[in-house]
Design a protein. Structure first.
Lengths: 432, 432
């Protein structure tokens, strides 16, 4: 039984929603060919303010409604949610699924916080939930985990998934500027919001990591499970020292299988300069995945923007529509398995870069090494950096071998209390 | 109606076939969970010589047959072809499809040469043809084109898809060795075959490009349509000069949309040192795709080997099996559209690096520039390199602006005939 067309309803006509509407309109023929019948955009839930936008004026005004009940009364097969944020998006998605509609969303916050619940509901109702666009813009990530890497045990994910912070870090490294002026530049170019906290504190990256880790490990990783540290305390000298040591600085979102538990964390790291991730510059995103069969695979591209995000949303729409046309049942999403534990941050083992301002006299290093040694932290290298003759202080940078996070934090507290240590200026974890 | 199990038949127990058999055996539970019912390996077509392998001895001997008719008489839903080469693989695939079996193959040669025909046959018979493993080992490439990038008009593909040549080029660049000793090293490590022609002449890369370009442009690109040049004429000095100019040398497989035609070519290129592809070292593969919506996306990973290739083959098996379980019809592969022309190599426009050995006296450059000028080739930069005082010759390297291939080849012929030009030592195209 051939369908005449597949009805699509769109919630939101902002950056993403507008982009999706444009693609559905401009590429109608190509998409119909892929699906096997036309995709008909039947209703768009807008805000009154959207109606004055140029895009709204190009479109048939009968498509628009500002009333959500009116929207849900329209004959659509697939509901696309493109408003972002937790509420009312969550309510809309639940309502759509409960009504037996397939849903597609680009909403990282809702999926990160409520993905497991929504997938379970979709499974009960026999509908699809597409969320490819929730992570990494147009870079294929969700589908590869669901399809291409399905035979793999995922060992780890190492991801640059926030363009704003990667732009700021690239700028600090290249131009030697400090954090606040790099941030200002990012805001001027529209890469950072006026209130940039979600990006620079790593919250956005944690949402995306929660989505990827849940899928990769088939367990429910919530944003709150993720240790999260932002980039605002990085100094321009850290970039200089890192470079001298052969490292670049990146904000990585990391999920790692370790025995029976998983590590999930977002924080700045030193990574070797010649690694692929160190060469991902500016607003680009890249996700490195390690699987037991496939080894290392990396996915790279633009992580945001109307067009890349539309690419992913429309791919999901086409995929769902193809399944409707082929009369296929719903493919299950991941189902959380019991017994997977999140490793507490204090238990992880990693290398550290520690920068300190110390008194410029003999015996200082002995006192520092003693404290580190007491906590079973061994020093890989130490370099004395700039000396301030007036203040009789020197800056030293210590690279440690693998050490426990808990021990290192205790040691850092003790170091800060030493009379000869003026300041523990910074510490950055190292991924080799 | 729930199936009790899905029968898999495997043709070939070599590197890929053996890898697939191991994964189906070792990961039976995980795969059954993904599919919704067990995957049962029911028959393996082997050569008599395979039976003495350790893997064969671990397995139930009833699984094996050396007789292809016996193989096809077994009750399987999915036939996996893992013998490689054109014949008899093509015949086996056709027979399987004609018998209404879904097929999965890792065979680049068969898909490059007969993909369109096999996909049409599969379409008629309502079965799936999975060929993810035919390009790039475990790197997801076919599925992203078929699913994730479906809303995009693909503008271009720039691919490092032959690990052997990339290993040799990396070695020549890093260690300053010449081609033949880098090749010997590659052979010693098992990265190059005893008869390495298919790899070093770009034939293997052309097969893979034919597969990707056909899919990306929905047209039939045959291996014979692809202009193909290998890496054997690269000298170690080319790497030195390229580096000085800020470039790396890579063997790229390129497919590009240009107006109403497409360019498809495999040849060594100079690419900027800081580009992502220039940082893909050793036996790794990477494919950069440009789409109108998604911008640039890059896929990177191991392009060969038993485990990565098994990862892709098993992903295809699971995907087909899921469709069987869900009772879905067959999803069409690409169907060639008429009217897409392959641009003749002589018509392409590109920049060139030209290395010549010339008489070390005044007026030489004037004669060279005149010939280039006559062919409307303008010089971007020229550097005089090593001088041989004894022979009174000098090496010069010219970088041109964009020029027509045809004009450049004519100019190179004329340059070679100049009395002051001892030798046109090399030319390499430049992708910026």
């Amino acid at each position: 039984m051939k369908k005449q067309s597949i009805g699509v309803g769109l919630i939101g006509l902002g950056v993403v929603g507008g982009g999706v509407a444009r693609v559905l309109k401009n590429k109608a023929n190509i998409l119909a060919e892929q699906v096997g019948c036309p995709l008909a955009l039947r209703k768009i839930k807008v805000l009154a303010s959207d109606l004055s936008r140029p895009l709204a004026k190009e479109m048939d005004s009968n498509l628009f409604t500002t009333d959500i009940d009116d929207f849900f009364a329209s004959p659509v097969d697939i509901v696309v949610e493109a408003i972002g944020g937790e509420n009312p998006a969550l309510e809309y998605l639940k309502r759509a699924i409960s009504n037996g509609k397939h849903v597609v969303t680009s909403n990282k916050e809702v999926i990160a916080k409520h993905g497991a619940e929504l997938l379970a509901l979709a499974g009960q109702k026999g509908v699809e939930l597409g969320y490819e666009a929730s992570v990494g813009g147009g870079i294929p990530l969700i589908a590869p985990f669901r399809r291409d890497l399905v035979a793999n045990e995922i060992r780890g994910i190492y991801a640059i998934i926030n363009g704003t912070t990667n732009y700021i870090l690239t700028k600090m490294a290249r131009e030697g500027v400090d954090f606040s002026s790099a941030l200002k530049q990012a805001q001027k170019l529209g890469y950072a919001e006026v209130n940039p906290e979600n990006d620079i504190e790593g919250i956005d990256a944690a949402y995306k990591l929660a989505i990827l880790a849940s899928l990769a490990f088939q367990t429910q990783v919530r944003p709150d499970d993720i240790y999260c540290e932002g980039i605002s305390r990085l100094g321009s000298c850290d970039f200089r020292y890192a470079k001298e040591l052969g490292f670049a600085i990146r904000l990585l979102a990391i999920a790692k299988r370790s025995n029976n538990s998983i590590e999930v964390r977002v924080h700045p790291v030193l990574i070797p300069q010649d690694s692929l991730l160190a060469n991902v510059d500016g607003v680009y995103n890249a996700v490195l995945v390690e699987g037991d069969l496939v080894g290392k695979v990396l996915f790279f591209g633009e992580g945001a923007g109307a067009q890349p995000t539309s690419s992913a949303v429309v791919a999901d729409i086409v995929s769902v529509a193809q399944r409707i046309v082929l009369g296929a049942g719903s493919k299950a999403g991941w189902r959380p398995k019991p017994g997977k534990n999140i490793k507490p941050m204090s238990d992880i083992e990693i290398r550290y870069y520690i920068r300190m301002n110390v008194a410029d006299r003999s015996g200082v290093l002995a006192q520092i090494s003693k404290i580190l040694g007491d906590h079973k932290i061994s020093i890989a290298s130490v370099i004395q950096k700039e000396t301030d003759n007036m203040a009789q202080t020197a800056e030293i940078v210590i690279m440690t071998h693998l050490a426990k996070e808990k021990a290192t934090q205790l040691a850092l507290d003790e170091l800060a209390k030493l009379a000869v240590v003026k300041e523990v200026s910074n510490f950055i974890r190292v991924e080799a």
